[in-house]
Write a protein that binds this ligand. Structure first.
Ligand code: ZN
Length: 84
């Protein structure tokens, strides 16, 4: 491997890191796998497939942060006797 290869690798790494930082973080329900729509003004939770189609994202474009959607949160609370 010569110096040119090393330099090229470094550029590739930096580019990858930058892309990673630019990925939107999407809240995804850990029970039903619906995702939170933070882009639409009205918000809401959607099926992952519907969400990807709506915005033209690929699953690999996004970083998922696992959480509960409101419906699963309610049933989780009820199942565990936590309802208020
Ligand atoms: Zn859910």
């Amino acid at each position: 491997m010569d110096v040119t290869d090393l330099r090229r690798n470094k550029v590739d790494m930096e580019r990858t890191e930058q892309q990673w930082q630019e990925k939107p973080i999407i809240g995804a329900c850990c029970v039903c796998a619906d995702v939170r729509d933070d882009i639409a003004v009205e918000g809401g939770w959607y099926d992952l497939e519907a969400y990807l189609n709506r915005y033209g994202f690929q699953e690999a474009d996004l970083v998922f942060s696992h959480t509960f959607c409101p419906a699963c949160y309610m049933s989780y609370k009820q199942t565990n006797g936590l309802e208020d």
